[in-house]
Write a protein that binds this ligand. Structure first.
Ligand SMILES: Cc1ncc(COP(=O)(O)O)c(C=O)c1O
Length: 441
């Protein structure tokens, strides 16, 4: 612990070649001063949009060691055997979770994008009297899209936090539990495939013989932490309109913006959406309200056909009535959200981000210095023996074997080996990168 981290890794013998739009860093032996300069340059020149959607890398998700069960259909077997790369780390973590009292040598999870900084606030608020309430309507089947009271509350919440020019309507909200720029939150591909057998592709929009229907935009971005301006989002949406593409705008990190200078603009704040019938906005409480265990997500769209079709499917995803009640109470409590939760959460995210940014700087590891999201996108290329995804996964495994879980770039469809996402929204003692030092010896 606390050693000079730069000594812990074996620097690669050569320079990583330029690939995609991500410039390679300068010499691995660069001084700290140099490496922070490199960091700045990289921050500016990383891909930020739809320019680069083509890449060769397959993710780590595989059907390796396919075990066919006679009790399952072909599709059942595929689902049963599907193993996302991020899932492998997640399963390993759950089998050996770090806990300071009961399992101090367990795996430290800096891989899963969860906000663990505000459990104290949430526990206090979610155990207050108004949360525990049952009445007959909560015990009965409800509108599958969610109880009216919750949809009204979500409408009010999004109107306020997204700064919508006119009140967002409850009938356009659905509560429940598809082309992307790379790198992106790669778990989506597995999720979509397992559920619908649809395979998301990463390709040029003018690729022949393929019918492209939709794109997903994340703002703020996972894993880069970029926030796109209203003008940039409008450009993306105009582009989608030209090609009649549906756009799912994933704004699940919209309130996890913690920098003084960094602001976020929801597409719901735009005076005019280019194609409202094909623009659908997702938000949930997993990240912004640090409650991933409650499994609540929302969709806002002006397209009533989509709302109605989702209503048919929501039977399988409906939230329990008492949970809907508790979430409505939470969203309704403006004073708690605005005066307690959000300022505390932002301050804690900012401190945690600074801690990890300082550690990375001290290690001479370039990273994107952003102020949104729960993670940092960092360049570990100098620790790869050669610039390959095999070496990247080797480094990932080496860390995991040494009880540190982070997420490797290939899982986010990054075109260049050596990039990793580190989640910092946890207590300082857990995010101490000193652990990584020991791990790599
Ligand atoms: C960009 C993005 N969208 C959606 C999700 C899914 O969140 P949940 O299923 O907890 O609502 C995640 C989780 O990491 C994410 O990063």
């Amino acid at each position: 612990m606390g050693l000079d981290l730069s000594q812990a890794f074996t620097p690669s013998s050569g320079q990583a070649p330029e690939m995609g739009h991500v410039p390679s860093s300068s010499s691995t032996t660069a001084s700290k001063e140099n490496s922070s300069r490199v960091m700045q340059q990289q921050s500016k020149s990383l891909p930020n949009g739809l320019r680069d959607v083509v890449f060769d890398a397959e993710p780590n998700s595989t059907f390796q060691n396919f075990n066919s069960s006679i009790y399952l259909s072909k599709r059942g077997n595929e689902i049963n055997n599907f193993c996302g790369g991020l899932q492998e780390g997640f399963v390993a973590y759950h089998a050996d979770k770090h806990d300071e009292d009961t399992n101090p040598n367990g795996i430290v999870n800096l891989g899963t994008s969860e906000n663990k900084l505000c459990f104290d606030l949430l526990c206090k608020r979610l155990t207050q009297k108004d949360m525990c309430y049952i009445d007959p309507q909560l015990l009965q089947y409800s509108d599958w899209k969610g109880h009216q009271f919750l949809r009204e509350e979500v409408g009010r919440f999004l109107t306020y936090h997204c700064k919508a020019p006119a009140p967002l309507k409850p009938e356009n909200v659905s509560i429940a539990q598809i082309i992307l720029p790379t790198p992106f939150y790669g778990v989506i591909t597995g999720d979509i495939f397992l559920y619908s057998s649809i395979k998301p592709l990463h390709l040029h929009l003018d690729s022949k013989g393929l019918s492209i229907k939709a794109m997903i935009l994340m703002n703020p971005h996972n894993p880069l932490g970029d926030s796109y301006s209203g003008a940039e989002m409008t450009e993306f949406l105009e582009f989608a309109k030209r090609y009649k593409l549906h756009v799912i705008v994933d704004e699940v990190y919209m309130l996890s913006v913690f920098g003084d200078a960094c602001s976020f603009q929801s597409v719901l704040s735009l005076q005019r959406l280019p194609d409202p019938q094909r623009t659908h906005v997702m938000w949930g409480i997993s990240k912004d309200l640090a409650a991933s265990g409650l499994r609540v997500s929302t969709l806002y769209t002006a397209n009533m056909d989509i709302i109605s079709a989702l209503g048919q499917l929501s039977y399988f995803h409906a939230l329990p009535g008492p949970t809907q009640h508790a979430v409505a109470q939470l969203l309704k409590d403006r004073d708690w959200i605005n005066q307690v939760f959000l300022p505390t959460n932002r301050a804690r995210l900012k401190t945690a981000h600074k801690y990890i940014a300082d550690e990375l700087t001290a290690m001479g590891i370039p990273f994107l210095n952003r102020s949104a999201g729960l993670f940092i996108w960092a360049d570990f290329r100098k620790y790869l023996k050669s610039p390959t995804f095999e070496e990247e996964i080797k480094l990932w495994r080496q860390l995991l074997e040494n009880k540190v879980l982070i997420s490797n770039g290939k899982e986010f469809f990054c075109c260049e080996p050596g990039w990793f996402r580190i989640v910092f929204s946890d207590k300082t003692y857990r995010i101490q990168l000193g652990e990584i030092t020991d791990a790599l010896f």
